[in-house]
Design a binder for this molecule. Structure first.
Ligand code: ADP
Length: 424
């Protein structure tokens, strides 16, 4: 086991409080289980502080890695373990050992709940939900519309349930925030019987982030969520936009799956659906091959070979034309969605940028907003260039619509929602 430097300073932990004062169990373990990874954070909801975080990656391979960072008392040294972790049960057992070594074991009476990120909740799950056998069965029933994500989420849930069967386990769904979308936005214009038979409609994803960021944006404007209309641009490796009216989502760019909408790191976003059957016919590609093409080999990576915006900017600065094209396609799509959601909302109070690209890539924000002055949108070059972990406004004072950078915190939101549910 080696020790390396941990992640950048944590806002919540920096405000660490007197935890001894808390009486009722107030800790929530947040689990985000992917097919070959588990990310986790332990939070104390008496004040929202973070006690530990980490991830296990390459589960099922010889080269698995666990990186665990305790955050108690300002400690930030990351501990790493290398070596095969055969499955999710072994991964969670290793996480439990690391937490126990810091006096934060999963058997602690201070643990109030385990909150699980679940990608697809269909139409049924509009709220965070305490997991029982029936909820598990429904998440399982949704596997056909979320074949990559829900099985991995289920693995994490079942493993955690076996570890602490007495503890409330809460599912927080990526789709839940978008269930308020009106039919006009959620329906695809295809045959209704076929659509309904196969549950084909627009569900949207990243909902936990859109919910958190739209609320934080209202706070930044000094208003209640009910008072403001916000366009949220979640630009990470996956990317999605949402139109939020008075705290409720009325449209979002991802659809049946996370493939629709914006140009992403490796996903195409919107394409003419005919591209798929055209490729089947003229390139003799299978459905699986096209699935891989559009999800893994498209977007920025398909356009220029890189999906990291930092690298793309470096290449552009060095005069690379493919990188410049990728950037232009990315920004053009983003701008189209800002315009579309402006029209959907009618009145916009703020456009909020979030996630890896949205929070860090000033050139993306500038390029997406430039030219929209007639819509009341503008970016102040000086404010936009400032680097900060805090929510901030980067538009000039005269602009009618605020342009904001609002760091997302999906783990805090999952912990909040889980805790609110179990603590009544
Ligand atoms: P996800 O959670 O979807 O994996 P993140 O929200 O962490 O993604 O975003 C990851 C992406 O953010 C990276 O692929 C990179 O393109 C972008 N990114 C991160 N830091 C910076 C930065 N300083 N400047 C520009 N882009 C950045």
């Amino acid at each position: 086991m080696s020790t390396t430097t941990g992640p950048s300073p944590d806002r919540a932990a920096a405000e660490a409080p007197d935890r001894a004062a808390a009486e009722a169990p107030s800790r929530v373990l947040v689990l985000n289980s992917g097919s070959s990874s588990v990310k986790y954070q332990l939070l104390d909801m008496s004040d929202g502080s973070r006690l530990a975080l980490g991830l296990v990656e390459r589960i099922g391979e010889e080269t698995s890695r666990l990186a665990h960072t305790p955050l108690l008392d300002g400690g930030r040294a990351t501990r790493e373990r290398f070596g095969p972790v055969p499955d999710h049960a072994a991964a969670l057992k290793a996480v439990a050992e690391e937490l126990a070594a810091d006096g934060l074991g999963l058997d602690s009476p201070e643990l109030a709940a385990i909150g699980h990120r679940v990608v697809h909740g269909g139409l049924r799950f509009t709220e965070p939900t305490v997991i029982d056998d029936e909820v598990l069965a429904e998440i399982e029933r949704l596997v056909p519309v979320a074949p990559l994500h829900n099985p991995a989420n289920l693995l994490g849930i079942r493993t955690a349930m076996a570890l602490r069967p007495d503890l409330p386990q809460v599912a927080v769904f990526d789709t839940a925030f978008h269930t308020t979308m009106p039919e006009a936005a959620a329906r695809y214009a295809i045959d209704v019987e076929t659509a309904d038979a196969h549950r084909i409609r627009r569900y949207g994803f990243h909902g936990t982030s859109h919910a958190y960021v739209s609320r934080e944006t209202a706070k930044l404007l000094g208003k209640e969520p009910e008072e403001v209309n916000v366009i949220v641009l979640h630009l990470g490796n996956g990317a999605s936009a949402s139109a939020v009216r008075g705290g409720r989502c009325v449209d979002t760019s991802m659809g049946l799956t996370p493939l629709e909408g914006l140009v992403m790191g490796t996903r195409s976003g919107d394409v003419d659906p005919a591209v798929t059957f055209h490729l089947m016919r003229v390139a003799d590609m299978s459905a699986d091959e096209i699935d891989t093409l559009l999800n893994k080999k498209s977007g920025l990576v398909g356009l220029c070979g890189d999906n990291d915006m930092r690298e793309i900017r470096r290449r552009i600065d060095a005069g690379d034309e493919r990188a410049a094209l990728a950037f232009d396609v990315y920004v053009h799509r983003l701008k189209k969605y800002i315009g579309a959601y402006y029209a959907v909302l009618g009145r916009v109070d703020a456009v909020a940028f979030t996630a890896g690209v949205g929070e860090n890539a000033a050139p993306v924000r500038e390029a997406a907003i430039t030219g929209l002055e007639e819509l009341g949108l503008a970016v102040d070059a000086g404010l936009n260039a400032v680097r900060s972990d805090e929510p901030r406004i980067v538009s000039p004072e005269y602009a009618r619509v605020a342009v904001a950078v609002v760091p997302t915190d999906e783990e805090l939101e999952i912990a909040r929602q889980s805790y609110a549910l179990v603590s009544g």
